[in-house]
Design a protein around this ligand. Structure first.
Ligand code: T4K
Length: 441
């Protein structure tokens, strides 16, 4: 191995920041030395001393025996779920606008303060149906810094996703960048409320109105969040939620479109069920976007547990926040507690002041069985098919490129306890200590 490179195969990030005393050892060993230096011990029951305590040959097992995931599902009351499932089986009504689905849609619309909620089989199909129902075509402006489904939902329908840059502080679309990407072929904008923090709704509305564009928000991350006093779900022409298992609020797989527009809601209900209006009568082109009854049952049970889920996420977030406070190079993305927040994404930005880079920290975490994620690296514009279609897109996306290289998403949710979050955070702090702070390996 080229010793001038890190264990991830990357060039060191600048001689002033790379700890030269670690240049000749593997990343795993380098991390171990830093841990020793910081007096960090992985879970002591798991650490084994095999040589009578001699430091150099100590074998260290991962700090966590079981993987600690990002995205373990939040699950409400199991007994209540099983009761709903039993009644559903008794009724023999399993899908297609069943009673559980109708109740879920009513309750979600009330919770979100929006006129219509149309539940779907997943967030990607929900996006596709909203895009189709709004008649988008040609080009639609989206962030590149999002889950690839936002772009795919357009591309799948023959529409060109045009990537606009984000604001480096908020990670959401930068309205000025959106303006720069508008052409005569543009028909719409899809803003993403990334990490559950609201996109610039008013600015995007203004741009859309000035140019006669439709405006959709991908609210996949933002269930239970608000912008000011208004719950996310009623901004733009339509908002689209994902209820995937890994989301704050899940229905196993699922999603929904919300809107205050009666005609749009009607069109989306038709499209969701092949365009059927009664038996034997198809009045609209459509697809199969239906949510099943068992998914709706999960949604109803989880909706009852929303407050506990937020509380658990908030406790975890606070544990991370306390550990990262004031550490150079480690910035935890803040939530605005003056609004409703779901705290579902614990997003850590690794700055140049940290002495390991993002990829090195992720490798070190995985070695400890903490399966942190690099969402949404490397940005949609660097994924197929967009990287071949728009090989120079990165030139217009400087903030996206920087942020995608810096972000780590850490475990949280009801399956993770605050002490585990604190342990993970302390580990990251220990291995990232700034040499200028006097920490030598
Ligand atoms: N727009 C945005 C902005 C989105 O983030 C998403 C989805 C969408 C649109 C599209 O919505 P959907 O069509 O998905 O409803 C995931 C999810 O598949 C995806 O839903 C999500 N965003 C994206 C951010 O992450 P992966 O590949 O990271 O997920 P997966 O299935 O590997 O799960 C991650 C980890 O979670 C696993 O390693 C273990 C844990 N896990 C997962 C599942 C499914 C569990 O513990 N239990 C489980 O049941 O993509």
């Amino acid at each position: 191995m080229d010793q001038s490179k890190s264990a991830t195969g990357q060039e060191p990030r600048g001689g002033d920041r790379v700890d030269q005393s670690l240049a000749h050892v593997s990343l795993g060993e380098a991390v171990r030395r830093r841990l020793d230096c910081a007096n960090f011990e992985p879970d002591s029951e798991r650490g084994r001393i095999e040589d009578g305590g001699r430091h150099a040959s100590r074998e260290i097992l991962p700090a966590f025996a079981e993987p600690v995931h990002v995205g373990r599902p939040n699950i409400g009351n199991t007994e209540a779920f099983l009761r709903l499932a039993a009644a559903m089986l008794e009724r023999r009504w399993l899908t297609n606008n069943g009673p559980l689905l109708q109740e879920l849609e009513r309750r979600l619309a009330a919770f979100l303060g929006v006129k219509h909620c149309i539940a779907m089989c997943n967030g990607t199909i929900a996006l596709e149906i909203a895009i189709r129902a709004l008649g988008l075509s040609g080009e639609v402006i989206v962030p590149s810094y999002t889950f690839v489904a936002t772009a795919h939902a357009l591309f799948w329908q023959g529409i060109t996703p045009v990537f606009a840059d984000i604001d480096a502080d908020t990670h959401n679309l930068d309205p000025a960048a959106v303006r720069r990407m508008i052409t005569p072929r543009t028909t719409g904008i899809i803003g993403v409320h990334l990490w559950g923090r609201a996109a610039p709704t008013a600015e995007l509305r203004q741009i859309a109105d000035e140019h006669g564009l439709k405006l959709i928000f991908d609210a996949a991350h933002a269930f239970g969040a608000s912008h000011g006093n208004q719950m996310i779900g009623s901004f733009g022409d339509a908002e689209v939620f994902s209820f995937h298992a890994t989301k704050f609020f899940n229905t196993f797989e699922g999603g929904a479109v919300t809107t205050n527009n009666d005609d749009l809601a009607e069109a989306m209900r038709l499209i969701r069920n092949f365009g059927f209006s009664g038996f034997d009568n198809v009045i609209h082109p459509g697809t199969n976007g239906k949510m099943t009854e068992i998914c709706a049952a999960m949604g109803l049970v989880n909706l009852d547990a929303i407050d506990e889920m937020i509380a658990a996420n908030r406790r975890n977030y606070m544990a991370y926040k306390a550990a990262f406070a004031g550490v150079p190079g480690l910035t935890l993305l803040p939530y605005d507690e003056a609004t409703h927040c779901n705290f579902q994404y614990v997003v850590l930005e690794i700055g140049p002041e940290a002495s390991l880079d993002r990829d090195e920290i992720v490798v070190a975490l995985h070695e400890q069985n903490v399966l942190a994620r690099k969402y949404f690296w490397p940005g949609c514009h660097r994924l197929a098919p967009y990287r071949d279609l728009f090989p120079h897109a990165g030139l217009m996306l400087p903030n996206t490129e920087v942020i995608a290289d810096r972000v780590i998403v850490l475990p949280t949710g009801t399956a993770v306890q605050p002490d585990v979050c604190a342990q993970i955070a302390n580990f990251i702090v220990a291995i990232s200590k700034n040499r200028s702070n006097g920490e030598a390996a």
